[in-house]
Design a protein around this ligand. Structure first.
Ligand SMILES: *Cc1c(COP(=O)(O)O)cnc(C)c1O
Length: 452
């Protein structure tokens, strides 16, 4: 067992429950929360966090949880990664904010250089930094509209792009993201995604792309399309991996039609899928790439990177924001990227896939309630259905997830139908912890799936 040093304390890399879950201190905080925090914001876990390191989260009652969620694909580099902690501490002591639009600084430039280098394609690129994934996606649309002089944006079924007004319009699922919050931004058009588990059996990526393109051409008109926006592997929509050929066919159509191909790599980026960016798995080169989540080891930062002629088509002053590219977040990002390189976290993500996929497939064989096992790298999921059908079973999904929480493993759900268990472990989680977490998952299925 290794201990990771976090300031004056160590966090043992172990699962250990010392009280019931939630314990008394968490219950006390839950009561304070109910009186102070709006009920409109929910939480997955019933416990309150005191510290975290590596692959372990410790709650205020001293319970240690194995993390298969990474705060939604954010702490890919591990909780309290030592290099990130040190970089943040040094930057906080130097200066915390000047606003890049007032007093620029090197960290912002260095993060842009890294993004220009790391994102797919060896063309000339430029970057702008923001605070959140939604903001990066929203700015991608702004850039595409200015650069093309067109307004229509094409998005897909099951897509998730954020919770701001424009990104709500881009997001597919009504509840909880959009319900009652309209009217939404205009000129957003939704077409079918390639969803191999739910498409007609045998439908190829090219056929799924042709289905989408036919709708685009007949209902929008190619000459009106500013951008096609897609997650190369869908996140909140249920880790839907499109059939091979789907993404290349869409990029090819964009090239022919003068539309901007935007990859939303907010969840898939930064080693999550075993590559720096998920578009690489099919040699797809997006015109614009939106990044956030895993980029800065837990500090809020987002990026928009793309072809120089697109990014520079916007008038000076057209993009920005008070906190975008905050120096502390930039220092964290530089340390995160360095750590990812030094520790080969792409390799680590592929190793996680090699460990998890056979276990998840065995679960599928054994239980009869797993309709599909899918994902890439350390972004894996199981879709739960009623035995012998493909009818979504959201109740079982929630029951299994909650059973994992009660046994000290953090799991997340997803999917348009709420029936996907998704796994996003920190890439530094050790084999032993991963195996132990999978044992807990097995037991949770045994306890809850038998009755189905
Ligand atoms: C999380 C997410 C967003 C939104 O990011 P925020 O930082 O929450 O605004 C956008 N796109 C994808 C694919 C995401 O997973």
């Amino acid at each position: 067992m290794t201990d990771l040093l976090t300031g004056p304390r160590t966090v043992a890399q172990e699962r250990r429950l010392v009280t019931e879950v939630p314990g008394p201190r968490s219950r006390e905080l839950a009561a304070r929360r109910a009186a102070a925090v709006t009920s409109a914001v929910g939480s997955v876990l019933p416990v309150y966090v005191e510290r975290a390191a590596g692959g372990v989260v410790v709650d205020v009652d001293g319970n240690s949880f194995l993390d298969l969620g990474s705060g939604i694909a954010v702490t890919s580099v591990g909780h309290a990664a030592p290099e990130v902690v040190a970089a943040v501490q040094a930057q906080v002591a130097a200066f915390t904010h000047t606003c890049f639009m007032v007093g620029p600084y090197e960290g912002y430039v260095a993060v842009a250089e890294e993004l220009d280098r790391l994102t797919p394609g060896d063309h000339e690129k430029r970057t702008a930094l923001f605070n959140s994934g939604a903001e990066a996606v929203e700015n991608a649309v702004k850039v595409a509209r200015v650069a093309t002089g067109r307004s229509a944006v094409v998005v897909f079924d099951h897509a998730y792009h954020g919770r701001t007004n424009l990104t709500m319009a881009l997001t597919a699922k009504n509840k909880p993201y959009k319900h009652g919050f309209g009217p939404f931004a205009g000129e957003v058009y939704r077409v079918p995604m390639s969803y191999p588990y739910r498409d007609e059996p045998g439908m190829t990526g090219e056929q799924a792309a042709a289905r989408a393109i036919s709708l685009i051409e007949t209902q929008i008109g190619a000459e009106n399309v500013a951008a096609v926006l897609i997650e190369p592997v869908q996140g909140e929509g249920g880790f839907v991996v499109p059939a091979p050929g789907f993404l290349p066919a869409l990029t090819e159509w964009c090239r022919r039609s003068g539309a901007v191909f935007i990859a939303d790599e907010v969840q898939t980026g930064f080693c999550r899928t075993g590559a720096w960016f998920a578009a690489e798995h099919e040699q797809v080169v997006p015109d614009l790439v939106a990044t956030a989540k895993g980029i800065a080891g837990g500090l809020p930062l987002a990026g928009l990177t793309g072809r120089a002629e697109l990014m520079d088509a916007v008038h000076t002053g057209g993009l920005g924001g008070t906190y975008g590219g905050n120096p502390v977040a930039c220092a964290a990002a530089l340390a995160t990227i360095r750590t990812m390189r030094d520790q080969d976290l792409n390799g680590a993500a592929r190793a996680i896939e090699a460990t998890m996929l056979p276990r998840l497939r065995a679960l599928q064989e054994r239980t009869g309630v797993v309709g599909d096992v899918r994902g890439r790298g350390a972004m894996l999921a199981v879709e739960l259905v009623r035995p012998g059908t493909n009818e979504p079973d959201a109740a079982l999904t929630n029951a299994v997830s909650r059973a994992c929480h009660a046994e000290g493993v953090i799991t997340l759900t997803a999917g348009t139908f709420g029936n996907v268990l998704r796994f996003l472990p920190p890439l530094v989680i050790g084999q032993d912890l991963l195996t132990e977490a999978l044992d807990v998952l097995d037991a949770a299925f045994d306890a809850h799936a038998a009755a189905r």
